[in-house]
Ligand binder design. Structure first.
Ligand code: S5P
Length: 266
């Protein structure tokens, strides 16, 4: 099973360059940690990147919440992604028809495809959303995740919906769709190597006042067989600035990596 393979040994099972690079980075940096940087100005985003960049395999953004977003900022982020060795994941959650997402991905003030290595989409509009996004992203070596499950209380992405999401990805093939946002490994047959990225992670279980639910790195990596833990407020929310964030990121990196090492021994 996929959960018994090392990240490094899975590189050759992928053809998409972003998926390959992610697995290589994870192996090299001994990190299955993605930090979710959900702050609203570029100076703060870059401060967090400087603090935690060396600890993570991936930085996740919500570009549409950044008040002073600019192409110069995007260039800076790309520079950091090379220097500190991480993948940029824009958590756009596309959810429209193919023709519309083409423009949302390529154009507008954010021009996401020009700087984000990875993005994601809801399967709700049907496979045309993959066709649209891949027409822009594939020539650039970008990759896509489908949201097969969500972390928030009462969400509708369960059961049959999750199974059909998996099916949609299989039919699209792994050239562009490389995995899922999911709470557990959603490919019971494991015929192909899919990347499983999981938000809703904290060092202690719990939640927030708006339905978010947290599980620990160990729950996610060891018990649920996922590949990447996505942590937002648990890291950038600590007090004490850049150094405190770095120390907190190191705690998550270690917890995620130890759970992975334990999983390999199962
Ligand atoms: O189901 C989901 C999917 C995503 S991508 N639940 C989530 O929380 N997310 C995102 O992960 C969410 O948009 C946020 O950026 C991050 C979780 O942040 P945290 O502060 O709760 O760790």
């Amino acid at each position: 099973p996929t959960t018994l393979k090392t990240y490094g040994s899975r590189v050759s099972l992928h053809s998409n360059p972003t998926a390959k690079r992610l697995l290589e980075i994870m192996e090299r940096k001994q990190s299955n940690l993605c930090v979710s940087i959900d702050v609203t100005n570029t100076a703060e985003v870059l401060e967090i990147v400087r603090g935690v960049g060396s600890k993570v395999c991936m930085v996740k953004t919500h570009a549409d919440i950044i008040s002073d977003f600019s192409s110069a900022f995007a260039d800076e982020l790309v520079r950091f992604s090379k220097e500190l060795d991480f993948i940029i994941f824009e958590d756009r959650k596309f959810a429209d028809i193919g023709n519309t997402v083409v423009h949302q991905y390529q154009s507008g003030p954010l021009a996401i495809a020009s700087w984000a290595h990875l993005t994601n989409a809801h399967p709700i509009p049907g496979p045309g959303i993959i066709t649209g996004l891949s027409s822009v992203g594939l020539p650039l070596g970008r990759a896509l995740l489908l949201l097969g499950e969500m972390s928030s209380k009462g969400n509708l992405a369960t059961g049959e919906y999750t199974k059909k999401t998996m099916q949609m990805a299989k039919e699209a093939g792994r050239e562009f769709v490389v995995g899922f946002i999911a709470m557990s490994r959603v490919d019971p047959e494991e015929e192909e190597d899919w990347l499983m990225l999981t938000p809703g992670v904290g060092l202690v279980q719990g939640g927030d006042k708006m339905g978010q639910q947290y599980r620990t790195p160990r729950d996610v990596i060891l018990d649920s067989g996922c590949d990447v833990i996505i942590v937002g407020r648990g890291i950038y929310g600590v007090k004490g600035g850049k150094d405190a964030m770095e120390a907190e990121a190191e705690k998550y990196r270690r917890a995620g990596w130890e759970a992975y090492e334990e999983r390999l021994k199962r």
